[in-house]
Write a protein that binds this ligand. Structure first.
Ligand SMILES: CC(C)(COP(=O)(O)OP(=O)(O)OC[C@H]1O[C@@H](n2cnc3c(N)ncnc32)[C@H](O)[C@@H]1OP(=O)(O)O)[C@@H](O)C(=O)NCCC(=O)NCCS
Length: 161
């Protein structure tokens, strides 16, 4: 086969969504993606791989809690990353306009498809819809990819006003 007859690789479909239920396959994919992120060193607090039942209960808990909003990223329909919004408790009236962004990661095998960017855009959309004006997040200085991502999105937002 010469170069002209070679089939072009098909780009994978990258998508993000807010999710309120997880079927068994999705829970499994989410746990696999979390394992991959933890092994890659970006496991939002996990240092070692937790047992699968602990991870499953963690994500089922997130889905069950009204104060949490879960967004997932998919590559060719397989869940490969997440982002959560933690709403403030009702007694925190002084900070009722502030929401916390956490568990933001894309599994290493799915990086470079603009999924993190799409997730943050979705987070901003959902935060506005829920009536929040400020999104807070913590990032370690060693997470250089994440810092580049947040800074590039901030610069783009500032340049468009
Ligand atoms: C940070 C992370 C979420 C990026 O995921 P991703 O899906 O590959 O990112 P995207 O493809 O959407 O890239 C968006 C932007 O991020 C930045 N970026 C992503 N990967 C980068 C890299 N390896 N080097 C430099 N910049 C990078 C770039 O600004 C890029 O913009 P560009 O496409 O215009 O160049 C991913 O690397 C990750 O999960 N890291 C470990 C966990 C982590 O750091 N989470 C954040 C906690 S606050």
């Amino acid at each position: 086969m010469n170069d002209q007859t070679k089939a072009k690789p098909i780009d994978p479909i990258a998508s993000v969504e807010r999710i309120e239920e997880l079927c068994a396959n999705e829970l499994n994919d989410l746990c696999d993606a979390t394992d991959a992120a933890i092994q890659g060193g970006g496991g939002f607090g996990w240092l070692d791989l937790p047992a699968r039942d602990i991870l499953e209960r963690y994500w089922q808990g997130v889905i069950a809690m009204p104060a949490r909003v879960l967004m997932v990223a998919r590559l060719d329909n397989v869940i490969c990353g997440t982002c959560q919004l933690w709403k403030p408790p009702v007694n925190n009236e002084a900070q009722k306009h502030i929401v916390q962004l956490t568990t933001n990661f894309i599994a290493p095998w799915a990086r470079g498809h603009s999924l993190a960017k799409k997730l943050i855009e979705k987070v901003e959309e959902e935060a506005l819809k829920e009536g929040f004006a400020v999104i807070n997040l913590d990032v370690r200085e060693t997470m250089t990819e994440a810092i580049a991502l947040y800074e590039s999105m901030l610069a783009a937002a500032e340049s468009t006003g």
